[in-house]
Ligand binder design. Structure first.
Ligand code: ZN
Length: 217
């Protein structure tokens, strides 16, 4: 038999569930002559991405695409690992930073989605998922300060005062309207963070991946 990966020569090497397995003499990988399960087609990758952004949880994606829940999870992880936040080259703009509260596992275990957007265009500069600590918020403010902002609008959270230079920092009522509206979109488009539902996050990494797919796409 010919190796599926390197076209080397394979020799018989044991059985698994009564099926003969082969091992490549060149690259050492195990394989079998025929596989009963078919690979997930490439177009379903695209569907996972779109359904995730259209109020579908893992269970509903699994039912709609007829693949197992664990496959959906694996696909989400794989898609998110390949995605990158678009690079932004601009200076002297105004930005808004805000946090969105949700939870992982149970309601006592708080988890926040923190992100920054350009006030004029609405493009997402950077985001972070985790606890609302100084380190996590510093990641967001650093990527905003890198763009040399004219003004940075935030809510009254006292951590910001130590992270953003006083000259650029602005805090007043209704100054974060644009990002609060974006929060509403996030809550309606992602099933796992919407309010009044029985769906919720089980892990922080999966939340991070789903938010990344939504924001980077
Ligand atoms: Zn091989």
């Amino acid at each position: 038999m010919e190796c599926r990966f390197c076209k080397g020569i394979c020799v018989k090497k044991g059985k698994r569930k009564h099926i003969q397995r082969f091992r490549c003499a060149k690259c050492g990988r195990y394989q079998q002559m025929v596989y009963t399960k078919t690979l997930i087609p490439e177009e379903k990758y695209q569907w996972v991405k779109q359904l995730n952004n259209e109020v579908c949880g893992i269970s509903s994606i699994s039912r709609l695409l007829e693949i197992s829940k664990s496959s959906v999870q694996r696909l989400i992880e794989r898609i998110a690992s390949k995605l990158k936040m678009p690079e932004i080259f601009e200076i002297g703009q105004s930005y808004e930073i805000d946090e969105l509260r949700t939870y992982c596992g149970n309601k006592k275990n708080e988890c926040w989605i923190m992100f920054a957007i350009n006030k004029a265009t609405g493009t997402v500069v950077d985001f972070c998922v985790g606890r609302r600590t100084k380190e996590n918020l510093k990641r967001i403010t650093d990527s905003v300060l890198k763009l040399n902002p004219k003004r940075v609008f935030t809510d009254g959270l006292n951590i910001y005062a130590s992270l953003i230079p006083l000259a650029a920092h602005k805090v007043f009522d209704y100054c974060t309207n644009k990002i609060e509206r974006k929060n509403l979109s996030l809550r309606t488009h992602l099933k796992r963070i919407s309010c009044k539902k029985i769906c919720f996050n089980k892990s922080e990494s999966m939340l991070n991946d789903c938010v990344k797919i939504y924001l980077a796409a």
